[in-house]
Design a binder for this molecule. Sequence first.
Ligand code: HEM
Length: 331
Amino acid sequence: MGGLRARQWLARVWGGNAGTMTMTTTAAPAPIVTGSPLLGSMSDLLNDPLAAYLRARRDHGDVVRFRAGPPGLRSDIYAVFSAEGAQQVLATQAANFRKDNVFYEELRQSVGNGLLTSQDDAYLRQRRLVQPLFTRRRVNGYASQVADEAASLAAVWREAPGGTVELVGEMHRFALRVVGRILFGTDVKEAFEVIERTLPPLQEYSLKRGFSPLKAPRTWPTPANRRAGRLQAELHALCDGIIDSRRDRDDRDDLVTLLVHAENAEDGSLDADELREQVLIFLLAGHETTATALAFGLHLLARHPQEQRRVRDEVDRCSVARRMGTRSRGH
Ligand code: HEM
């Protein structure tokens, strides 16, 4: 599934040469996945990351170290496969891990220093400003918008020729529409076309740069850099336009409006660059992950009819689905 490739952005990928991973509680060094003599695991991770991860886990266990790139220019990339490991890295021992490696740097260059990429004081400031927008009530309020989009998609799928759909692409667009709608409210139609055209290639460009041991600086006018610059400018212009349109009004309920008006005594408010960076991070972090999880989830459900029945029963009991008059049986 191609969606997994860009999903790597959101797994923390630690690079040994461009930053450090500090892991104070490691009992033994992680086993190394060596890969080919020339490029280590670079091609495997770029071309088929899912297969590379599954193989590494099968052969070496829950924590492994990939070495990617030619000798002398190799990055070390740690992968953690267990739920307990993820809990340690993202929660209980999160303070031991930093976002200093080449992958985070590329991501920062592409979408800025928002919540996902920032650290230390900048992170804490953003977090204090943004956190009040994610109350339980508000997040619950997004459910009907998600269900609404899901119902529209199901209606289209029912008419799909041969009853077959290309799931990864469909889930990608679905997740982007959902996060776009929650962020931008009613402006999503205009925004969607630009986001769908610009964000995925920008992500791909940054990921490739993250893996490349030798790369031209972003400021050099190579065809790839110029294209990425154009895509980035277009995405920025879209976000800036929507943000500006919310400045004089607070009567809307989308996330951009809430971000524009977020402030507290200690931190003030987010400036224009910070606002755009948060919006871009939400777009990025909010669609790839969900799309991949949904695509895998549906793929597995299609192969396990008993689980499918249990999910249908749960949907039938779900209050959002009932409110919308959405019935799952027979779909
Ligand atoms: C299945 C869905 C999702 C998965 C598996 C997922 C996974 C993750 C992971 C692993 C991180 C930690 C990354 C790190 O610290 O390096 C993260 C952080 C983050 N995610 Fe998600 N995510 C999902 C959905 C979403 C959605 C829907 C949004 C927004 C609309 C979102 C926004 C964020 C943000 C803003 C952060 C940074 C939070 C912080 O550090 O305080 N994610 N996500």
